[in-house]
Design a protein around this ligand. Sequence first.
Ligand code: PMP
Length: 433
Amino acid sequence: AEARFVANNPLSQAQHNLAVASLPGGNTRTLLHTAPFPITMQRGEGAHLWDVDGHKYVDLAGDLSAGLLGHSHPTVQRALHAALAETGLSLGATTPHERRHAALLSARFGLARVRFTTSGTEANLHALAAARRFTGKRGGVVFAGGYHGGVLRDGAALGGGAVVDGLPDNTVDKRDFVVVRRYNDLAMARRVIEAVAARGELAAVLVEAMQGAGGVIPGRSEFLLGVRAAARENGALFILDEVMTSRLAPGGLGAALGLSPDLVTLGKYLGGGLPFGAFGGREDVMAVYDPRLAGAMAHSGTFNNNTLAMCAGYAALKEAYTPEVCVSFNERGDRFREKLRDVARGTRLSITGRGSLIGLHFTEDGLEDIECAEDIKGKERPDLRDLFWFEMLEAGFWTTRRGFLALILETENEELDAFVEAVRDFLERHRQL
Ligand code: PMP
């Protein structure tokens, strides 16, 4: 399959060979690197992509969930054209556009106050900084398999919550974070939260309601409610990272599960497909950023209120991803996932996820229940995972090498059914592997 991949994609290979001259590894987003070289895409339209060698794909990766509205949604295009014609690019001043988008996000996601950033990573950093200032403590608890941005993944964060002096409030030192080894294990989470709090170090517990990058693993509601209770009992803030999961229910997955977090972080499609992040929640906590108050913390970012993301994000949420569309879209995702699950039953492929987000896992035993990243560790079949990726490309489906799918609003049901058949065919042909 790899030999066919090389033969079928000479122009992608040529692009890669040029790219390595100026980008380390030819790439500027590590996860998009795939051996022997990545496919270079030329353009996207609706829910389709075309690569430089002229192949057309059904895009099932959806830019790892940021591309919910696809590559050319008419609502977003209209908003961007209008913004270019009527407002101009970033104005270097406050604008009505940010106020309007903030009000819409507040109403939709139940946030008393909200602020913008240009990425989900920054949203998490600023939310944590707010929690630190508000509680006067430094430390945080996160979960293995959790992903909160490029500088806040779990693996590097181990170290036992050492307090580091001399850093400004909105710097995150990874040594301040303690990682709970098993997501969905409430007893373990409680022990860790209580231990860190007992040292007087706990500012916040940061968690996803469904781990995305960690394998598209839903959190059980008893677990999430229990973590919230443990955080509150120990004087810490409960921060819900909804950068990926806000698409799963009209008020976000946290609202669907009744979590009422202290702070929420957002991103991805809520900027209409432009660089975007936001964080918000309790008025008293967010007041640490109120410049009218003495001692307020600074929250900077040249492009925080850039007009294009403010206008595109507002239109995307107001006109395209209405609560009704959100519900029916995620129901479509549930039906699609059930079909995949039927096809995968009794094979080495396991299907996880919720609504429009789906995880595909190839393991030796074809695991039935996946509760946390550790359940999969050491049991993966990367050979099958890679073969699957190569063969889906040949069949005209753009998926992620790691097995993460994020549906696009404009994808046709027939295309989803065709993918289910391609998966069935793959599993039948390779049953002996
Ligand atoms: N949190 C979660 C749950 C995410 O999935 C991501 C992005 N994959 C981020 C934070 C970081 O967002 P960004 O890539 O915009 O910095």
